[in-house]
Design a protein around this ligand. Structure first.
Ligand SMILES: [Zn+2]
Length: 129
């Protein structure tokens, strides 16, 4: 199965980047709330772009199957650990009948943490050796 490519970094009509890009350093998300806690920053997100076609067969007729929340560990662009709570829509394709959720920019489907977070952990591990 080919990965679904969301169009990332699309600028808004007014040319401004969303504030979220400055905080989590990942494009393609819209911040709905940020909660600064002593140890962690909790960020509620939703995808900027809605899925328009089936990643399996390319059909454009999709049924909404409700929402679910994906939780991912991440580092903010300030180096603070954060918890991303991403509000996702689950879809079912009317053609091939598969259910799926949109691919997340910077986050692999089976991971509990974002790619920047994993790279950060890897680097700090090596710095300590
Ligand atoms: Zn399909």
């Amino acid at each position: 199965m080919r990965a679904l490519h969301l169009k990332l970094g699309a600028s808004r009509p007014d040319g401004m980047l969303t504030p979220m890009n400055n905080i989590i350093g990942l494009r393609g998300y819209r911040e709905t709330s940020i909660n600064y806690k002593p140890q962690i920053v909790e960020v509620d997100l939703e995808l900027e772009l809605r899925l328009k076609s089936c990643p399996c067969c390319g059909a454009t007729k999709l049924h909404s199957k409700g929402r679910y929340e994906r939780r991912v560990r991440h580092l903010t662009s300030f180096g603070r650990e954060s918890l991303l709570r991403i509000d996702l829509q689950r879809y079912r394709c009317c053609e091939c009948n598969r259910t799926f959720v949109p691919t997340l920019p910077g986050i692999l489907p089976w991971r509990q943490s974002s790619e920047p977070f994993r790279e950060g952990v890897y680097q700090s591990h090596h710095d300590g050796m």
